[in-house]
Design a protein around this ligand. Structure first.
Ligand code: GDP
Ligand code: IMO
Ligand code: MG
Length: 442
């Protein structure tokens, strides 16, 4: 039995969907614990591509229970579209469960997200425009609508009418937008409630039952460490906690229930949306990474900004998440490069710093200090073991592992399940968190 958290170590899109799908083979339950339809997790099986926004990436295995936890925000319209699309592709969704305490994204959240971004002009955050920030803002302000409020026929009307009346004033007065029709919206959400009713549960209780039956649970993070509301590059972050600690809150379990934490890291870095990005490449190499890596947002189709691997944020991700091991993805994207740079430190006002600065304005002034490694200039896509990789590719991986002080358990060399090297069992291998490694060393 092992309960494992899979998180993104960068700015999202590290390949969490692929790694979660891969590990789901030996899981019984997969839980999404935060975020909403801003996430886009791609899973490729044979020649079929699945783009999942809210549904956990374990859904392709018929034996896995998938849970959308309390810490997520649920847009029922998009969730239903996702359910229908999976069913149409022959994937059963009968084992999908949704926490009744998750918050609901309403049409006004989306309108406000888009209108607020437009008003911010050059201060815009580059959000996905999916209403994520406004939904979490209402949750914090305690004016949100929860799944349970949408489900209860006798109280739905009153709850919705009040919330819509409040928001209509904001839509009309602040953003000059048309108001929402309360009765039509109530009827629309009553329809969603009936469609989703068989899936709605007390998620924390179901997860607790799974823990008591010693079932294997995977917690699938969305977004990434640098997009974390508390620990990311604020304000250029999302409105939830993608870091490992967020799994306990979002799923409703205690920290003592977690056995392992796996960080997913791209072999380079990408970012969608605004905000500082020290290793960003605005040259031909950046374009090559974008082309070879097909770096376009899964949710919005926006081109992702590309840059060299950043060891400073990597080390920060190890610290903030307490990582046991890494899954390094998209190594194959580097195949053609004659040389590869890795940021090992930052230069700040003439000083070299090795720790991620928690002050975002300071971070924005950091310049990367690189070490240059040789490339391998041959295809790695068909390698199935470390031994089959070119020696220079192995050296690159070892360099990352030494820099981040964390072992690499998985190397991914392509989007499909087979294009993966399992270096050591990330779930049942020796536990390798910082404390264990210190104990080993002493
Ligand atoms: P997520 O949001 O972290 O799940 O990542 P995305 O799905 O948004 O983006 C990762 C993209 O890279 C997807 O299109 C994956 O199919 C693809 N991918 C995942 N691992 C690899 C890999 O090792 N090599 C290549 N070339 N593509 C990969
Ligand atoms: P996955 O799970 C990459 C980014 C947006 C924007 C910022 C805030 O696929 O890795 P939001 O709509 O959340 O208020 O936008 O966060 N962002 C992501 N970037 N991958 C994601 O998810 C993202 N989800 C949000 O681009 O910069
Ligand atoms: Mg993604």
């Amino acid at each position: 039995m092992a309960n494992v958290i899979v998180i993104g170590t960068q700015w999202g899109d590290e390949g969490k969907g692929k790694i979660t799908d891969l590990l789901s083979r030996s899981a019984d339950v997969v839980v999404r614990y935060q975020g909403g339809i801003n996430a886009g997790h791609t899973v490729v099986v044979n020649d079929r591509t699945f783009k999942l926004h809210l549904i956990p990436s374990g859904i392709l295995y018929p034996h896995v229970d998938c849970i959308i936890g309390s810490g997520t925000v649920v847009d029922p319209e998009v969730l239903i579209e996702e359910l229908d699309a999976l069913e149409a592709m022959g994937v059963s969704t009968s084992r999908l469960y949704i926490a009744e305490t998750a918050h609901v994204t309403m049409p006004y959240h989306r309108s406000i997200d888009i209108a607020a971004e437009a008003q911010r002009a050059e201060h815009r955050l580059g959000t996905t425009g999916r209403g994520i920030g406004p939904t979490y803002a209402d949750k914090s302000e305690r004016t949100g609508i929860r799944i349970v409020d949408m489900m209860e026929n006798d109280t739905r009307g009153a709850v919705f009418r009040w919330a819509i009346a409040q928001k209509n004033r904001i839509l009309e007065k602040l953003y000059n937008l048309p108001p929402l029709d309360p009765e039509a919206t109530i009827a629309q959400y009553a329809g969603y409630a009936e469609r989703l009713r068989p899936h709605i549960i007390d998620a924390s209780l179901k997860i607790d039952e799974a823990i008591r039956h010693r079932r294997n649970i995977l917690f699938e993070g969305a977004q990434g460490t640098l997009l974390d509301l508390d620990h990311g590059t604020y304000p250029y972050v999302t409105s939830s906690n993608p870091v490992a600690g967020g799994a306990c809150i979002g799923a409703g379990i205690g920290p003592t229930m977690v056995d392992r934490i796996i960080g997913v890291a791209k072999a380079y870095v990408t970012r969608v949306g605004e905000g500082p990005f020290p290793t960003e490449l605005q040259d031909g190499v950046g374009q090559l990474l974008g082309q070879r890596g097909a770096e376009f947002g899964t949710t919005t189709g926006r081109p992702r900004r590309c840059g060299w691997f950043d060891g400073v944020i990597g080390r920060y991700a190890v610290r903030i998440n307490g990582l046991d091991c890494l899954a390094v993805t998209k190594l194959d994207v580097l195949d053609e490069l004659p040389e590869i740079k890795v940021c090992v430190a930052y230069e700040l006002d003439g000083q070299v710093i090795r720790d991620f600065p928690s002050n975002a304005r300071t971070f924005a002034r950091c310049r990367p200090v690189y070490e240059t490694l040789p490339g391998w200039q041959q295809s790695t896509q068909h390698c199935t073991s470390l031994a089959e990789l070119p020696a220079t590719a192995r050296k690159y991986l070892q360099f990352l592992s030494d820099l981040l002080e964390v072992p690499i358990a998985i190397v991914s060399l392509g989007a499909s399940r087979g294009q993966t090297i399992i270096v050591e069992d990330p779930i049942h291998g020796p536990k390798r968190g910082l404390l264990e490694r210190q104990r080993e060393a002493s």
